[in-house]
Write a protein that binds this ligand. Sequence first.
Ligand code: UFG
Length: 329
Amino acid sequence: MSYLITGGAGYIGAHVVRAMVQAGERVVVLDDLSTGVADRVPEGVPMVVGSTLDRALLDSTFAEYGVTDVIHLAAKKQVGESVEMPLHYYRENVHGLQTLLEAMAAGGVGRFVFSSSAAVYGMPDVDLVTEDTPCLPLSPYGETKLVGEWMARAAGKAHGISTACLRYFNVAGAAAPELADTGIFNLVPMVFEKLTDGQSPRIFGDDYPTPDGTCIRDYIHVADLADAHLAAARKLAEPGPVRDLTLNIGRGEGVSVREMVDLIAEITGYTDARAEVTARRAGDPARVVAAADRISSELGWKARHDVREMITSAWAGWLLHHPQARRDA
Ligand code: UFG
């Protein structure tokens, strides 16, 4: 077996590559390096630089590396940017996926793991979001992920491709400092940035209908997320009928923004920092927490790392890039 991992030079993709390689799987990476970093791909893993929009490149990569399975993470993923540039998001995320699935169907590649998102649910009005909670995405980004799931399932059914759509909740942490997220688009790195710049971390609204008034999310360590990809890939490879899995990847545990900010201040040693509460950010749901039982019964996967480990490992990555940020915790 030989896995093509698209987006394998990205933050999450590189963790998936590492988990697959450590499990003894043969891997080739395809990445256009628009946000990916070539150095994240371990030595010995071949990397093809290019896009999933390039059908000829896909065909030649499948042939050259004898690809039997695809794990597809290459995509644009910033909610705000997707509102500004919806056509770019549809082109990259939907047309890119379509081209990939066409190449798979033509090349007889029969297993597909798709990087989806809890963004497909939009503003779920439930305590725990199950995979059957209605999908009502709020942004073009979330729409492209939902359309992607539909396309993957339909193509899978028509062309005999087993699919697993993995809906990630809030990803944080790093398996090693050099694999840490270098983007500053999510709560944990945004708080790191404020703290190390000597500014107050921001809390976007504390008047939500939650116990402390701040938004609640389900944070998942990127190393656990990577292991879930391995478990999904292995499940699809088991003998049997064509499969069609849709799975939440979360811990089933809600943590508020206020709790996260306090824990980050403690772990980083910036204990004198006080968070500043600002207006709500448009489009933020009050609470998004996964029901995580389907993935555990289908794949036997369970998250192993808690929020403290996510922040500690993310901070080690931050210090690698910003060594002057260190404080004695
Ligand atoms: N937040 C703050 N202050 C900050 C940064 C974030 O209060 O400086 C809050 C946000 O308002 C939100 C929570 O922290 O309530 C988490 O925000 P993130 O931006 O880290 O994550 P989101 O839940 O908004 O988005 C994440 C992923 C998206 C995905 C979405 C839905 O980043 O890609 O979950 O699954 F679409």
